[in-house]
Design a protein around this ligand. Structure first.
Ligand code: CA
Length: 147
């Protein structure tokens, strides 16, 4: 019988080995080396492991063969554009749950609309501030199993 106010045995919080042992892994898909390096240098200080791909095909391949905690995806990419990559990742149950944020040009409203239609979890306007990126990572880290 459930008595009001009775303390229920608390379930122990399940810490996954993965959450404790692995760093926060980010995939950045961006054809501009300067931006790839910027992301890498911004995030390397915050306990993140950053993998980079220079085009859509390579990005899709990495996203499907490794596990990531966040994918940052540029819109305009060689070989396969970011919107297509996003749509494919979000259509695949194996990758659909990975937080995916598009890197979009601020001036282009169409970029944002296309990102939303493709199922992106959010977007970061280029040029972005380091603090913006770090905030996003901090938020996602907090949501991750095991912290
Ligand atoms: Ca680009």
């Amino acid at each position: 019988m459930n008595q009001p106010g009775a303390t229920r045995p608390r379930r122990k919080r399940a810490y996954t080995l993965r959450g404790v042992a692995t760093p926060f892994r980010i995939l950045v898909v961006e054809d501009e080396p300067v931006i790839r390096e910027l992301v890498r240098s911004l995030l390397s200080e915050s306990d993140c492991q950053v993998e980079a791909a220079a085009n859509g095909v390579e990005g899709l391949k990495l996203a499907r063969t490794q596990s990531f905690d966040l994918i940052l995806l540029d819109v305009v990419l060689p070989q396969m554009d970011g919107i297509t990559v996003c749509r494919m990742l979000k259509a695949d149950p194996a990758t659909a749950k990975v937080p995916l944020h598009m890197l979009t040009a601020k001036a282009k409203k169409s970029d944002v609309e296309a990102a939303e239609r493709a199922g992106a979890d959010g977007y970061i306007h280029k040029p972005f501030r380091g603090a913006e990126l770090l905030d996003l990572v901090t938020q996602l880290k907090a949501k991750r199993p095991g912290g």
